[in-house]
Design a protein around this ligand. Structure first.
Ligand code: SAH
Length: 674
């Protein structure tokens, strides 16, 4: 699973060997085809193109989501100028300079995703991204990118004018009536958006009203008609919160269903772009019209057993339907179930197509005494969320009939498969982090971690990212939050210092996933290795880990001390070089003393020991000492202690362990392992 999957199919074009070489590894990681002129056809993993480059690019243009050109930007402008159409459909175009120092987001910056692609490539090849979009200057996501992580659909409006107003820093009003407000929590200071959150009731308020602002962004399930004469510009985003409950006579055509949905949405001022999916009773799962409709519109279909639907209180029950289907309501109750307003009390969940909502709106499992009141509240909640009660739709001259009801869910359906990136940020400075790990952080919609580590990677963030910092103690909460967001459809990076799989967050996240019955695939998980503290420490003092070694954490928070002690003893006895993590905290001071005693039982008091604190950070301290004297050096939780084996030695301020026990000279005759 490539980090570039959102940009596929991706084409790269290079006309000189230098750039071709620069782009080769990138193409391999991203799965892009690298096109070169026939003279460079000898290079590996390239595809020579025939004829003129201009014609070649034209032939690729409509089949590709993104292009990376290793060409002068002027040449690229000439090549693509005749091909450019509408910015909502143009591919992303990124230019990489001859030396690979810069990645320029040339075209399709927002909707095409070129800004993001330029940033990802920059992380991969160690270049500086050049983004010239004005909203980037504010540290804001583009107006036309805002809802992408949440699967919102762009509706009508003057996107250019509203984007320009934001770029000029003019106050732009945002009215949000539906969908997640998470994006609001992470806007830069001093941004020009004036946000109002309104949770619309039964039907959305459609009235326009006068304001001082130049431009407005609506985020709503309602569809608004903007008058061309209006003296300010508007755009609309539609979070997918509408669940269409549907019932029909057998054999009703897809066309009749489409017509019903179109007409009802229009009557109730609802945007069809805000439709999350369809819902019905189990026995209608094979209804051809419904299946065709879902397929054509790429909508999920949730179906529920009649026994579940019959438990739902609805405004318009029908005895006829009850006799036929075993539930007094199909459309209304299926819409409510799909919108996730009905769960625990109904017993079974619908077949949610992998989608799960995380926040039940209200606890409907009240005690007996409260039952009457709870039932009433529940009914009120259902009715409020049922935006459109059951409507029967027929057309003269056409056979079949369709019944439709529409419920609004609290959380939008993203339509995306979430991803969890478990990222090791390395010991400190950014240049100690792998390009793949950096790319993952830039790619993520949300970044979660301990506040201190998030500060270290601040420069990798991109506008619009959700960044959630947790205190050091709340590791499980961090894991759960990340899983929740990924299950909802976001790409989430969970960052750990060093390596995520070594006393880091990766283990916790996998444990939590397993506890939740994860199928191993959704959300998708990728682990990005990082340089762990002991490797970083070793690199700063020489080559102490050159022979068999082990790592032992002295933290007894999750591991009984007896086990730790047993391992220390075994490591000491077996002559392992031993890296000690979590050596001493303010309250846990005795463990390192015991560790020293255990090692002194088996190793010479002069055995070299290094204590490395805050390696690769501003306040780095390296101390070479001996087993006997190690406790004279201040040791705390920011330190890693490396105890050498019986042949480790110090040499001119370096700590070295020979590759074997036969001394350095044996090297020439031994089998080298490189
Ligand atoms: N996942 C991390 C380890 C986390 S446990 C990794 O792979 O490095 C925390 C312990 O790691 C600390 O108590 C300390 O022993 C060690 N540690 C982490 N960062 C360090 C650094 N920059 N310098 C020295 N030790 C460090």
């Amino acid at each position: 699973m490539s980090l570039f999957s959102d940009f596929q199919p991706l084409a790269a074009i290079a006309t000189t060997p230098n750039v071709a070489e620069k782009l080769q590894p990138l193409c391999q990681t991203s799965g892009a085809t690298l096109w070169v002129p026939p003279v460079l056809g000898e290079l590996e993993n390239v595809q020579p193109y025939e004829g003129s480059l201009k014609e070649h690019v034209a032939s690729l243009w409509h089949q590709h989501h993104a292009f990376v050109f290793g060409l002068a930007s002027g040449a690229v402008v000439r090549l693509i100028a005749p091909l450019l159409g509408d910015k909502s459909r143009d591919p992303a175009v990124v230019v990489v300079d001859e030396k690979g120092q810069f990645t320029i987001s040339l075209c399709g910056g927002h909707q095409g995703g070129a800004d993001q692609l330029a940033q990802l490539i920059a992380q991969q090849i160690g270049a500086t991204p050049v983004l010239t979009g004005a909203s980037t200057g504010w540290g804001l996501p583009g107006v036309d990118r805002l809802g992408v992580p949440f699967g919102w659909c762009r509706g009508e409006g003057d996107w250019t004018a509203v984007s320009a107003a934001v770029a000029r820093g003019e106050p732009v009003e945002v009215i949000q009536e539906a969908g997640s407000t998470l994006w609001q929590a992470h806007l830069p200071e001093g941004h020009p958006l004036r946000i109002q959150n309104r949770r619309a009731g039964r039907s959305p308020s459609i009235a326009e009203f006068r304001v001082q602002n130049e431009a407005r962004i609506w985020i709503s399930h309602a569809k608004r008609e903007f008058s061309p004469e209006s003296d300010f510009s508007s755009v609309q985003w539609h979070p997918r919160v509408l669940w269409i409950g549907i019932g029909c006579e057998r054999g009703t055509s897809q066309q009749l269903m489409e017509a019903a949905i179109g007409e009802i949405c229009q009557r109730y001022h609802l945007a069809e772009e805000a439709i999350a999916g369809m819902a019905t009773v189990d026995c209608k799962a094979d209804e051809v019209g419904i299946m065709e409709l879902c397929c054509r519109r790429n909508l999920p279909l949730k179906t529920f057993p009649a026994e579940v639907l019959r438990l739902v209180d609805v405004p318009t029950p029908s005895t006829v339907v009850n006799q036929e289907m075993g539930t007094p309501s199909v459309a209304e109750s299926a819409a409510l179930c799909a919108a996730d307003w009905v769960r625990d009390d109904a017993g079974t969940r619908g077949q949610g197509h992998g989608w799960r909502s995380n926040s039940p709106p209200r606890d409907v499992r009240s005690g007996d005494a409260e039952r009457g009141k709870a039932e009433e509240d529940k009914l009120a909640t259902y009715n409020l969320q049922l935006l459109v009660p059951k409507q029967i739709f027929k057309r003269e001259g056409q056979s079949g009939a369709v019944t439709i009801a529409i419920a609004q869910s609290q959380q939008e359906y993203t339509g995306r498969t979430g991803q969890l990136f478990l990222v090791g940020t390395g010991p400190g400075e950014l240049d100690q982090m792998t390009p793949a790990a950096r790319t993952a952080v830039t790619e993520a919609d949300a970044v979660i971690g301990y506040s201190r580590y998030l500060d270290l990677i601040i420069s990798l963030r991109r506008p619009g990212q959700i960044v959630e910092a947790f205190p050091i103690t709340q590791e499980r909460q961090r894991a759960r939050r990340a899983i929740d967001l990924a299950q909802w459809g976001l790409y989430v990076a969970v960052v750990s210092s060093g390596d995520s799989g070594i006393y880091g967050m990766a283990g916790l996240v996998f444990e939590e996933l397993q506890a939740q019955g994860w199928d191993g695939q959704t959300p998708q998980v990728q682990v990005f290795a990082g340089i762990t503290a002991m490797q970083a420490a070793a690199a700063r003092v020489g080559a102490p880990l050159m022979h068999d070694f082990c790592a032992i954490s002295l933290s007894d928070l999750l591991t009984p001390w007896e086990i730790i002690e047993k391992r220390l003893e075994a490591a000491a006895q077996a002559d392992f070089i031993t890296a000690i993590y979590n050596p001493r905290s303010r309250t846990r001071t005795e463990q390192i003393v015991t560790a020293q005693k255990l090692f002194l039982k088996h190793r010479h008091p002069n055995t070299p020991v290094t204590i490395v604190r805050s390696v690769y950070r501003e306040d780095e301290q390296l101390t070479l000492t001996t087993l006997e004297n190690m406790l004279q050096v201040p040791i705390d939780m920011l330190a890693t202690v490396i105890i050498g084996n019986s042949s480790t030695r110090n040499y001119a301020n370096w700590m070295l362990t020979p590759r074997g026990y036969l001394g350095f000279d044996a090297e020439a005759s031994s089998e080298t392992q490189d």
